[in-house]
Write a protein that binds this ligand. Sequence first.
Ligand code: ADP
Ligand code: MG
Length: 240
Amino acid sequence: MISIRDVNKYYGAFHVLKDIDLDVKRGEVVVVLGPSGSGKSTLCRTINRLEPINSGTISIEGQVLPEESGPLSELRSEVGMVFQQFNLFAHMTVLENVMFAPVQVRRQKRELARARALELLERVGVGAQKDKRPAQLSGGQQQRVAIARALAMDPKVMLFDEPTSSLDPEMIKEVLDVIVELTKAGMTMVVVTHEMGFAQTAADRIIFMAAGEIVEESTPQEFFSDCKTERAREFLSKVL
Ligand code: ADP
Ligand code: MG
C-alpha cells in the first residue's frame, strides 16, 4: 500500500530523514516510536507530501507521488492524516467540518456528503455533537471529529501523528478505542504514538526511529521483550 524507497530529506543542511526504506502492506498497522526530534512527524508529512523530499520515492498503491503539482491534491486525499492538534475549522459546525472536503474537493452532492458525515460521526461516537462548534467539544471529542473528517475522504491509508498527545489522560482511551476499531476494520495505518500499551496491542509492526533513521523494525513482541539496539533500550527505559 505504501512503499518508501531510499528517502532522504534535509532542512537546509540538517539531514532529517536518512535513507528511509519502509513498506506498509494493505491492512497493516505500523506504529512508529522514537525520541522527540527523531523525524517521526517529518516522515508522516512526507508520506502525505505536505513536505517535499530530496531523494528517493514514495508510492501509494504503486503510484509514485509526484512533485508538488496538479494531481497531488488528489493523491494526498487518499492519505488521511490526524495530527496532535485537531486543526478543525473553528467557524464551522462539527457536521460542516466533516462534509467540507468531500463537497469542496471531491465535488460530492451535499446530501450524500451529509449522510456519510452523519454515519461517520456516529461511528466515532460524536453524532450527538453534530451541530456544535469545535470549541464546545472536549479535546477527545474534537479528535474523534478530526478522525471522522479524515475518513470522510475514504482514504486508502490513515496517518496518525501523536493523536492523543495533547489530550487529558481521561480522554486518551476514547480516542485510542476509535483507532483500535479502525485497525479491526482493516484500515492501513501508520501511527506515531507514545502510548506503549496501544503500541503493544494494536501494532502489527513497530518501527523505531532515532536521529532520522529507522534503527529497528520488529514485531511488538520482539521490540518490547528483546529490542536489538542500545538506543531502543534507552528509549524504552524512559517511557515504560
Ligand atoms: P519528531 O516528530 O520525531 O519529534 P520531527 O520530524 O518533528 O521529529 O523533527 C525532526 C527534526 O527536524 C527535529 O530536529 C526538528 O527540530 C527538525 N525540524 C522539523 N521541522 C523543521 C522545519 N520545518 N525546519 C527545520 N527543522 C525542522
Ligand atoms: Mg512529532
